[in-house]
Design a binder for this molecule. Sequence first.
Ligand SMILES: [Zn+2]
Length: 233
Amino acid sequence: MATEAELRQLLADACRIMFRYGLTDYMGHPSVRLPGTDRVLIKPRHSLRIRSQDRIAPEDMVIIDLEGNLIEGRDGPPSERFIHTCIYRARPDVQSVVHTHQPMAVIMGVAGAPIQPILHTQSRLVERPVPIWPCAKLVTDNELGSQLAATLGDHSVAHLQGHGIVSVAPTIQEATVGAIHLEQLAEANYKVLAIGRQPRIIPSDEIGQNRDSGVGVDVRWAYYAERAGIERE
Ligand SMILES: [Zn+2]
C-alpha cells in the first residue's frame, strides 16, 4: 500500500505531466484517496502562491474529508472539490480522480461529437460512449457533484460540457494516463472530421487484442514522466 509521502509525490508528478502535455494550466486538479481512510489528498486551489502546475510540490497537497472540509494543508482545496468527493462517495472502486479543462476533449464535448474508439492503444477508454453532463457550472456543492457522479456512472471518463472532463481509476497513474489518452482520441477524432471523412471504428476484438498485449500503465506512466522531465530511480 502506498504511503502518504509516495501519494503526495505521485500527485505532484501527475500535475507536472498533465501541465507538460497541455492538459492543464493553472486550473484543473488531481486527487487520490488516502488508503484506509475517508480522507482525500488533493492539489490545492490555485492562488497567487499556487500557480503553474509544473511547480507544485508534494508538500503543497492538502487533505480534505468526503464532505469537502479542509483537514490539513497550508492552502485551501479547489472550489470544485465536490467533483472528487461526490465521485469517491459514489464509486468505492475509484481511488483517484483527475479533473482537467483539456482543450480537444472539451471541444468534442461542446459539439456533442462522439470521441470514437479509433486509435488502438487508447480505445479501451471509449468503447462505450463518453457520458456528457450538460452543465458548465463550477462544481461547488454536493448537489452538482452528485449530478456529475450520476452521469459518470461506472464509466472511467465523462464530459463536463462547456467546461472539462473527469478521468477516474484505481490509481493516480491510470487516471492521469486516461486523461492523456482521452485527449489523444479527441484530437484524432477531430482531425478525421476536419478532413471531411468518417473514421473507422475499431471493433472490440481488436481493442481486446491490444489490451492483452502486456504493456501496462506503469510503462506508459514511466514514459510520460520521463518526457515531463521527472527523473527518479
Ligand atoms: Zn473545472
